[in-house]
Design a protein around this ligand. Structure first.
Ligand SMILES: Cc1cc2nc3c(=O)[nH]c(=O)nc-3n(C[C@H](O)[C@H](O)[C@H](O)COP(=O)(O)OP(=O)(O)OC[C@H]3O[C@@H](n4cnc5c(N)ncnc54)[C@H](O)[C@@H]3O)c2cc1C
Length: 497
């Protein structure tokens, strides 16, 4: 049976060859204090103030660090890259930005779809050296640095028998993920990543470092849970509530392509209403071969019980089903497509050129909506593109939070659909984006009008409503209070008024 998860899908789409250019930072990096005397004097001034390194264009460190995952933005060259190691370093970056009038762009995992963690002429504040994961068993919480990649978080916590809900891509940074929501295969049980944040340490536009929680700076705390990265300051650390977990059952179901429409029909009626312990993603995609439809998920329970819970979808067509109960860390590696790999192999980036859009759905897709998806994937195959429609089940703990309790407003949705496409050469861009836009437009009449802010889409017209809905006005108020001069800004950032 073909089991193709998203990471394998991305890897096969051609990014692996470039992974080396985004290798995690390490001993090969040049310390900023030793940087070339010919580099920008502003960067040399910054380097003198930081404990962590600063990289100027032309240095080896710059070449190894400044690119982000989406290769569409590979040609965007920041003025320099700073890698803070302490809160004091981050504060120094903000002071420096004001002194020289340079925009700062925070970067954690570098997975921003729209390239918002880099910027021409900006200082990229790369948080990957602030990536420690420390469990405090007594309080049932963990302190996590924003630069930690998800697989590191999973494995470090699983070693202590605990977890937080997060996404399935191993290399995504907890920084961007948690600030914009954070959906994963434990979310129907434990909520979104952001729902588990208890405190946020953040350096504000005025250079102060504050801790936001329910009791301190409650509006800022609210905004940092779903308002999206890059808007209110640079997060220097999270404290998360953790959940006990020892093992889980992971599963995969695949069907022949001609059963795809019937599978979507059954999945959408079942997945959002399954018990909280059961979470699943339905993936329709095409790569180099014929299109596939498969469902992956995890269940906090036995294989025996899972078999009967899966019946509403396994009774459709002629599925191939596999399932296995494993230690939690192993399940996360399997879901990430890196079973059998070392942690450092699993944490190697897979850059590629891609674009994505999303919709949320409050009603099951009608036959015309389902057919639109199936036809689009078949069409992508005809065009020789790697295209996918990935449906994430909501409901459960996600939807028990009131839409106004956090800045993440999407609490009434049955599922989201991510429309994702990647391509190799610039020549293919025009026809590939047309495929994506057409599919997005075809599904719009079936959707709720909202979209997921972590799948940030630079083309989305009414993004203010789509990402934030009735939370928009309060987000603008918080921005005005904490960053009245719009020091932290990008094309789709929340304005101060
Ligand atoms: C391959 C892939 C798989 C994905 N899988 C999932 C998934 O399973 N579930 C899910 O919910 N999402 C998923 N996403 C979407 C992901 O949540 C977003 O792209 C998220 O913003 C990535 O965070 P990052 O730290 O890696 O990205 P970055 O590009 O570093 O940051 C994203 C945004 O946050 C800002 N930011 C980063 N760090 C900080 C900080 N410390 N303080 C303030 N602002 C900051 C950046 O400036 C940027 O605007 C996936 C994305 C990709 C590319």
């Amino acid at each position: 049976m073909e089991e193709l998860d998203r990471r394998q899908f991305l890897r096969r789409a051609g990014g692996a060859a470039l992974a080396a250019s985004l290798a995690p930072t390490g001993f090969e990096l040049v310390r900023a204090s030793n940087a070339s005397k010919r580099s920008d004097p502003r960067l040399r001034a910054l380097a003198r103030e930081l404990r962590g390194p600063v990289y100027a264009p032309g240095s080896r460190g710059y070449e190894r660090t400044h690119r982000i995952v989406n290769l569409r933005y590979a040609g965007v060259d920041p003025l320099g890259v700073a890698q803070p190691e302490t809160v004091a370093d981050v504060k120094a970056c903000v002071r420096w930005g004001h002194r020289y009038g340079v925009r700062l762009v925070p970067r954690s995992g570098g997975h921003s779809y729209a390239g918002y963690s880099t910027g021409r002429g900006a200082l990229q504040v790369d948080m990957r050296r602030m990536a420690a994961v420390r469990l405090d068993g007594a309080s049932g919480t963990a302190a996590v640095g924003p630069g930690a990649q998800l697989m590191k978080v999973y494995l470090d916590l699983a070693a202590h028998g605990v977890t937080i809900p997060a996404g399935s891509c191993p290399t995504v940074g907890i920084g961007g993920l948690a600030l914009g929501g954070g959906y994963g295969l434990a979310s129907r049980r434990f909520g979104l990543t952001t729902d588990n944040v208890r405190r946020v340490g953040i350096v504000l536009a005025d250079g102060r470092h504050v801790t936001a929680s329910r009791g301190k700076h409650p509006d800022l705390f609210w905004a940092c849970r779903g308002g999206g990265g890059g808007n209110f300051g640079i997060v220097t650390g999270f404290r998360f509530r953790v959940h006990s977990v020892h093992d889980a059952t992971r599963f995969s179901i695949s069907w022949p392509w001609d059963e795809a429409e019937a599978v979507v029909h059954a999945w959408q009626k079942w997945a959002p209403h399954a018990p909280d312990e059961l979470d699943s993603i339905l993936n329709l995609h095409t790569d180099t071969g014929s299109p596939h439809v498969h469902c992956v998920g995890q269940y906090f329970g036995s294989t025996r019980r899972l078999q009967s819970l899966l019946h509403p979808v396994t009774r459709v067509g002629t599925p191939s089903v596999s399932m296995r109960t494993q230690p939690y860390g192993d399940v996360q590696k399997w879901l990430a497509g890196c079973s059998g790999e070392t942690p450092s192999q699993c944490l190697a980036y897979s850059p590629e050129r891609f674009a994505a859009k999303s919709h949320y759905f409050r009603r099951p897709l009608s036959s015309s909506g389902r057919t639109a998806i199936v036809h689009a994937i078949s069409r992508a195959q005809d065009l020789h593109r790697s295209g996918a429609v990935i449906l994430d089940a909501y409901g459960g703990a996600i939807n028990r939070v009131h839409p106004h309790d956090t800045a993440f407003v999407h609490r009434k949705e049955l599922f989201s659909a991510q429309l994702y496409v990647s391509w190799g050469s610039h020549h293919a861009e025009h026809s590939t984006l047309k495929w994506l836009r057409d599919l997005h437009a075809r599904l719009a009449p079936h959707a709720s009008g909202f979209a997921y802010q972590n799948y940030i889409d630079p083309e989305l017209a009414s993004w203010q409503h789509a990402y934030y809905g009735s939370n928009w006005t309060r987000l603008v108020d918080v921005k005005r209070r904490y960053d009245p001069d719009d020091f932290f800004h990008f094309r789709q950032s929340i304005p101060p008024g």
